[in-house]
Design a protein around this ligand. Structure first.
Ligand code: PLP
Length: 359
């Protein structure tokens, strides 16, 4: 099996797994202790959580605090609902965790369109009365890198807060400059599933979504999992250490893969892009058939989120693709642990299987 779905989730780093194990240990070692208990094993667990918090914070700008959540989806819900906005502006290509939460907030929602390259204009007009602007750093379906620093400045000039979904960029790119709220997910940066974080700029007050024991400074009640937090911290530390090496590896993989797809069209900008995302379309391609012909390749139809629903992806539609073109798109995602020969082999097989369809 060759894994090519790095935007859906990433392999757990062996270093993150090792760091987690003591916090999953049995009765004697007491790694299972509650990090909110005042006894010695509880304090040891709390110290491990705080170290992890610092490691995650090191991926983020200074001048804020990290609140652990159960996922980036939860972090985005906390950011959007917690600031009680009356008018929100979002990009048309945000993840459902932003689009659906904005809708559910009851606020008036405005959208920034993207151009044919999948980019929001850096000088997009922000409607009067907007109190929250949300634009992602790197799109999960097409990999485009948005001009978030300029948009954060524009949001502030309009009197709004700026929320950045940095799930696909964290640990790979510099943190989004100027953001007030930043959402992250451990499993997209080689950490475990089941833990995310919201970074909150100092001075910003949010209302909690989850009430109870008052953990996480009252913002997110519920007992933290030291194992998950520690795995997130270890993965964040590793990402920071390996950032240049990982980026160089991905750049090399991109060149090897892109060259194999002569006659296919790239979805989204080739330059303003995280190059571990190769989203392509080929007119007439039957993606379901392609995937069933290549069952030992784990790649995705256009978007993992949209692929199960049968609906064409809202991101590909926002680029201007017709429903048919969107449905003949595939996403190949690769990264740190992808070997160049397995990627080249997978790409050659995809191209051959598409040619066998006569497209
Ligand atoms: N935002 C983006 C851009 C994503 O790619 C994802 C996951 O697919 C999420 C948010 C949600 O992350 P989580 O799985 O941690 O809820």
């Amino acid at each position: 099996m060759i894994y090519l779905d790095y935007q859906a989730t990433t392999p757990l780093a062996p270093e993150a797994r090792e760091a987690m194990l003591p916090w999953l240990s049995g009765p004697e070692a007491m790694g299972f202790a509650n990090p909110h208990s005042p006894h010695r094993p509880g304090r040891a667990a709390a110290a491990a959580v705080e170290l992890a918090r610092d490691q995650v914070a090191a991926l983020l700008p200074p001048g804020g605090r990290v609140v652990f959540t159960g996922s980036a989806t939860e972090a985005l819900n906390l950011a959007i609902l917690g600031c009680k906005p009356r008018r929100i502006a979002v990009s048309a290509i945000e993840h459902a965790a932003v689009l659906d939460t904005a809708r559910a907030s009851g606020a008036e929602v405005d959208r920034f369109d993207v151009d044919g390259e999948g980019l929001v204009a850096p000088n997009a007009a922000i409607p009067a009365g907007t109190d929250l602007v949300a634009v992602m750093q790197v799109n999960n379906e097409i990999g485009t890198v948005q001009p978030v620093a300029a948009l954060a400045e524009a949001a502030h000039a309009a009197g709004a807060l700026f929320l950045c979904d940095a799930v696909q960029g964290a640990g790979k790119l510099a943190p989004p400059a100027g953001a007030d709220l930043i959402a992250l997910s451990a499993h997209k940066l080689h950490g475990p599933k089941g833990v995310g974080a919201l970074w909150i700029r100092d001075g910003i007050e949010l209302a909690p979504l989850i009430h109870g024991g008052g953990q996480e400074g009252g913002l997110r009640s519920g007992t933290l999992s030291p194992a998950l937090c520690v795995g997130f911290g270890a993965a964040a530390k590793l990402a920071a250490t390996r950032r240049e090496e990982d980026a160089a590896h991905v750049a090399d993989l991109w060149l090897r893969a892109r060259d194999r797809f002569a006659g296919w069209t790239l979805n989204g900008s080739a330059e303003a892009r995280w190059h571990g995302n190769l989203n392509l379309h080929k007119p007439g391609l039957d993606v379901a058939r392609l995937m069933s012909d290549l069952r030992d390749l784990a790649f995705s139809a256009g978007s993992a989120c949209a692929s199960g629903s049968g609906r064409p992806s809202h991101v590909l539609r926002a680029l201007g693709l017709t429903d048919t073109a969107a449905k003949s798109s595939i996403r190949i995602g690769f990264g740190r642990y992808t070997l160049s020969r397995e990627l080249e082999d997978a790409c050659a097989r995809i191209v051959a299987a598409a040619a066998a369809q006569g497209v």
